[in-house]
Design a protein around this ligand. Structure first.
Ligand code: INI
Length: 157
């Protein structure tokens, strides 16, 4: 038997955690994520948005959200830019490693819409200007993982 998630978001409640740092870019990621969720059937009232100061704070807020039991999946949005960040590697690793740890330990999918780029220009390109929108991709992945979880957990042994 083959299991895979669907892109039907109806009935799902999805959390979005988004960093204010580089908000010119993260607002575009948020727009892409929200639009994708709605276009795949997630109800407007079933999307909660949580703002945090920076990407470093995303994992803790994602954990608090996961622990409520309210969300089928959580979308993490941020932009860590090497040019402007002497401690780029630490912030990027803490954010990405942190959300992976939250997903693993809580069982709630947390998908990665966190850009890690060399420049603001590259980040903007990946936030909808030219090379896709990483927020939209992460939103789609959240629906796929939430529906996959539903499918797998619904299976009897
Ligand atoms: N946070 C980001 O989300 N992106 C960045 O590029 C960034 N830079 O450049 O430092 C950044 N720093 C803030 C960090 O995430 C924390 O909010 C801060 O250190 C307070 O804990």
């Amino acid at each position: 038997m083959v299991h895979e998630g669907s892109l039907h978001g109806d009935g799902l409640t999805i959390g979005i955690v988004v960093a204010r740092w580089n908000s010119l870019i993260t607002r575009e990621l948020l727009a892409g994520a929200s639009d994708t969720l709605r276009r795949h059937g997630v109800a407007e009232g079933a999307i909660d948005i949580v703002w945090v100061p920076g990407a470093f704070e995303i994992p803790l807020a994602a954990r608090w959200m996961a622990e409520t039991g309210r969300y089928a999946a959580i979308v993490a949005l941020g932009a860590v830019i090497r040019g402007g960040t002497p401690h780029f590697d630490h912030v990027a690793n803490a954010a990405l490693g942190g959300i992976a740890a939250v997903a693993q330990s809580t069982g709630v999918p947390v998908t990665a819409g966190i850009l890690t780029t060399d420049s603001s220009e590259q980040a903007l390109e990946r936030a909808g200007i030219k090379a896709g929108n990483k927020g939209a991709e992460a939103a789609q992945a959240a629906i796929e993982m939430a529906t996959l979880a539903r499918s797998l957990r619904g299976q009897a042994r």
